[in-house]
Design a protein around this ligand. Structure first.
Ligand code: ADP
Ligand code: MN
Length: 495
């Protein structure tokens, strides 16, 4: 004999209709929840692209990833067949043209990627879908219409369950409560407005986190780089700024044999909202290199232009031998470059290191030298030079963040240079470098100009006068030739 007695085998009778309506209620609830809480695309934190452990919360992305996986398998099979057919034969047949995955560079990506798009989330249903209801149940003389008060009241009570989950309906659902249509409708109205309110709040929260990391399309772009083998792993985020997010990654193998991908890379993802783009457009709008193109561009193209500009400027600096990140690849608004630092630890900014007086002095002279090289050999003014954009690595200073750099003949180029000089000379004078030139001396030393004004205001005025002269000159003698094609920059990898 079992001490707990015989198990109760009588099954609880339950009609199909009950099950169905329970299911329907669940479905409806789910639908409403989905409408109120669109799928959250988790912000990327820590390692998020390793080839397996990636975010799969969007169907589009999932589908694209699967397709890529499939293509790779297809190619692997193709390679095996190619090998089998050719064997040791001296003459071989190439299956190259039948491959699905092509080297990353040739991938002409179809989709636009930009940050404005995050305002419209393609995975969110625009409004909750309504299920058509017949308005009556039963057959023949047993028909009950939705106007039957008791049934209707109970139904209304039950339907409160479909309100958003955080909407407090009390515990009336368990009781035999009959809500009149009027009350129910009033409640429903209230529930929906609450729901919209919380959806709005939710949206705000979601978008602020999404902006900190990257949007799904950018992630797909990064995933493609990993998938193509160009990057080994993207380990995590180094910096999230107003205008960019920077990630660390371990380099992989390049499709092109002559190109070596550095063991560690920094990935700079440009994200510029409309507002910031307005603040910054003076750098690009007046840059004659971009003049022809600027007017025709939409914001997302301009974001890409920042990335493009950084690439060109870094390349010029590289040619002049200035310590700076080396460009690996540019893809839309994503720039991959060599990582300054080691073992995932980025080199500290000059503002964050404490250098002994000897190193400080060394750093100063190096920067003086770099500024001159930048001006004379690269024909560039950094335009955001400060202890924030200089890294201390391997016993020397490295320049970074040159997307806003302009040529000295830019309508505000000399003003930018003067500001750079002020930052540099203040930093080193405060840092105890007695030899540090003051901002005006530094300006002359870098530009080779001989502005004699001995106070800031007059100096500035002379700078502006020079800029004006240069502008008039450009106006009268036509636009300068674009240097884009002649300065040996790498090709832009899309479009
Ligand atoms: P922002 O426009 O956001 O200031 P930066 O290019 O200055 O963009 O990059 C932000 C931060 O990311 C830098 O201060 C630096 O710490 C880090 N960083 C950027 N590029 C590299 C790189 N190539 N190697 C190491 N760290 C980098
Ligand atoms: Mn910076």
């Amino acid at each position: 004999q079992c001490p707990w007695g015989a198990p109760n085998t009588t099954s609880i009778s339950c009609s199909l209709a009950d099950v169905m309506s329970e299911q329907l209620a669940k479905e409806l609830q789910l639908e409403e929840e989905n409408a109120a809480f669109p799928e959250v695309v988790a912000a990327a934190e820590g390692p998020f692209i390793t080839g397996e452990d990636i975010d799969t919360s969007s169907d589009l992305m999932l589908a694209q990833m699967l397709q890529m996986e499939f293509d790779r398998e297809y190619d692997a099979q193709l390679r095996r067949e190619e090998k089998k057919i050719n064997g040791d034969s001296k003459v071989s047949i190439s299956f190259e043209n039948y491959r699905k995955v092509h080297p990353y560079d040739s991938d002409s990506s179809e989709d636009e990627v930009d940050w404005q798009d995050t305002r419209h989330d393609p995975y969110r249903a625009d409004k909750p879908t309504t299920t058509p209801r017949k308005g009556f149940i039963g057959k023949g003389k047993d028909i009950t219409t939705k106007h039957d008060e008791v049934v209707c009241g109970r139904k209304n009570t039950a339907r409160m369950e479909n309100f958003a989950p955080e909407f407090q309906v009390g515990d009336g659902i368990g009781m035999d409560l009959k809500l009149s249509n009027q009350v129910f409708n009033a409640l429903k109205q209230h529930a929906y407005s609450e729901e919209r309110r919380s959806a709005r709040l939710h949206e705000k929260k979601e978008h602020s986190t999404a902006e900190k990391a990257v949007d799904p399309k950018t992630r797909l772009l990064l995933y493609k780089m990993v998938n193509a083998g160009m990057l080994e792993t993207i380990t995590g985020c180094i910096s999230t700024g107003k205008e960019s997010v920077v990630f660390h990654a371990y380099g992989g193998k390049s499709a092109a044999e002559d190109k070596v991908i550095p063991p560690e890379c920094a990935i700079k993802v440009f994200k510029t909202t409309l507002n910031e783009f307005k603040n910054r457009d003076k750098y690009i709008k007046d840059d004659y290199r971009f003049k022809d193109r600027f007017s025709k561009l939409n914001p997302r193209k301009i974001i890409r232009m920042w990335a493009e500009k950084e690439m060109h400027n870094l390349t010029r600096m590289q040619h002049a031998g200035i310590p700076c990140p080396q460009v690996v690849i540019l893809k839309k608004h994503v720039l991959v470059m060599s990582f300054i630092g080691q073992d995932q630890v980025p080199a500290p900014k000059l503002k964050d290191v404490t250098l002994n007086s000897e190193d400080m002095k060394k750093a100063y002279y190096q920067i003086l030298n770099m500024m001159q090289q930048l001006y004379k050999e690269c024909n560039l003014v950094h335009a955001d030079l400060s202890e924030y954009n200089m890294l201390w690595h391997d016993g020397k200073v490295w320049l970074i963040d040159v997307s806003q750099s302009v040529e000295p003949t830019h309508p505000h180029g000399l003003e930018f240079l003067f500001r750079d000089c002020r930052n540099v000379s203040q930093f080193f004078q405060k840092g105890g470098v007695a030899e540090a030139l003051n901002e005006r001396e530094l300006f002359n030393a870098v530009s080779g100009l001989t502005i004699t004004a001995d106070n800031e205001v007059d100096f500035q005025a002379e700078i502006e006068a020079l800029e004006k002269m240069n502008e008039d000159h450009v106006q009268n003698h036509g636009k300068k030739l674009s240097m884009f094609s002649s300065d040996g920059d790498p090709p832009i990898c899309d479009e």
